[in-house]
Design a protein around this ligand. Structure first.
Ligand code: PLP
Length: 387
């Protein structure tokens, strides 16, 4: 019996999204070709654009299909930064070190190669950003700020930020705001048109579409500089033959995720709460990583005295997949950069466990997890003492 409780890393493809993908794949035609075959696949692509626009509340011309969250973040950060240098130099980028590396790294790349100056917003242990500092920076640096980029939901802790409020404050200074909504879209109510955002990143495999597809929503008022060049597809922002099967599966998954969101998230929140109660009963010294507003399907704890990698390995031996935070490329766990940025110590940030539930999670998954906690923790503690 295997249990998957790492839905923030990726979540099962919804059967209807898979069906749509396979059906679309059977159609032949380059969506940019003018002949009947091309027009047919263009029609599928435009259906996908319309569906995704409806699910995210934006205009269909604002949907740019990409390969996923990482690519969307790179287009937004670099594209808007360069766009904002056209009439005068603006070197500042406001963001936070609690963001995903798919956002921090493009900003650090701009710092190293283009002279950008990141302003990393302090984030408190409750999981919330310091909006007093944010307002001070807006007032102090004003028109020298190229953009603000802050995530809607943190993928490690589940913290929800008031992105429309953050965008509203920046608007007073005419500063464009991007949000990485990869952990948010399809899980909480989001309306791009009401958010005040200039751009927003979406990833398909976090909401039931296959890995390798995503979107960047770009407000019509924005003209980011393209980071890739070629045939000029997708408003000239994302050249390359349009991937209509993937786009369609993303749109169907988004439609379904938004459609059953209220009922699903309420169910998952109930399961999450019972999981947390069992975890705290087994390990009373465990600490929830945040106390502020958070998403219903994410649970993140510091387990004092252990190392995350031991805990993950021991759960894995019980057939249970959980994580410590972002799935990293090397598969080697260090301290969580998110917790470090929130002021947790190195030891605390290396002792974190993240359990994330998804549309396929059942009560039985939770029961199997909770029945292993005490043993896993006791063994991990011993392993820690022997290191
Ligand atoms: C918050 C966040 N942003 C961006 C990404 C990257 O998305 P993708 O895997 O689609 O490139 C992830 C993936 O874990 C994420 O959690």
């Amino acid at each position: 019996m295997s249990v998957f409780l790492d839905h923030a890393s990726t979540t099962p493809v919804r059967p209807k999204a898979l069906e749509a993908y396979l059906e679309a794949l059977a159609h032949l035609g380059n969506p940019s070709s003018v002949h009947a075959h091309g027009r047919e696949t263009r029609e599928l692509l435009e259906q996908a654009r319309e569906k995704l626009a409806k699910a995210s509340h934006c205009d269909k011309s604002e949907v740019i299909f990409t390969s996923g969250g990482t690519e969307s973040n790179n287009h937004a950060i670099k594209g808007i930064y360069w766009q904002r240098q056209l009439d005068r130099p603006r070197k500042y980028i406001i963001s936070a070190l609690t963001e995903h590396h798919a956002l921090i790294d493009p900003i650090e790349w701009l710092e190293k190669h283009e002279g950008a100056v990141p302003l990393w917003l302090p984030v408190a242990r409750d999981g919330q950003p310091d909006l007093v500092v944010y307002e001070d920076w807006l007032a102090k640096y004003g028109d020298e700020i190229a953009l603000v980029s802050l995530m809607w939901v943190n993928n490690e802790t589940g913290a929800i930020w008031d992105i429309p409020g953050i965008a509203g404050l920046a608007k007073q200074y005419g500063i464009p705001v991007h949000s990485d909504a990869v952990a948010a879209f399809g899980h909480i109510e989001i309306s791009f048109q009401d958010s005040g955002l200039a751009a927003m990143s979406i990833s398909g495999h976090k909401l039931g579409a296959p890995i390798g597809v995503g979107a960047l929503l770009v407000a019509r008022s924005q003209k980011p500089i393209s980071i890739i060049h070629g045939g000029g597809q997708e408003r000239g922002l994302r050249s390359g033959t349009m991937n209509y099967p993937h786009a369609l599966s993303l749109a169907i998954a988004a439609e379904l995720a938004v459609g059953d969101m209220a009922e699903r998230e309420a169910r998952l929140e109930g399961l999450r709460d019972s999981l947390e109660a069992s975890l705290l009963a087994a390990i009373p010294q465990a600490q929830k990583t945040i106390s502020g507003p958070r998403i219903g399907h994410t649970s993140s704890f510091v387990l004092p005295g252990v190392q995350s990698d031991s805990v993950l390995f021991l759960f894995d031996q019980h057939g249970i997949s959980v994580s410590a935070g972002s799935a990293c490329q090397a598969g080697v766990l260090g301290a969580s950069h998110v917790l470090l940025a929130m002021g947790y110590s190195e030891a605390e940030s290396s002792a974190v466990i993240r359990v994330t539930l998804g549309h396929s999670t059942t009560q039985q998954d939770i029961d199997l997890f909770t029945s292993s906690i005490a043993e896993v923790y006791a063994t991990a503690l011993k392993a820690g003492l022997n290191r």
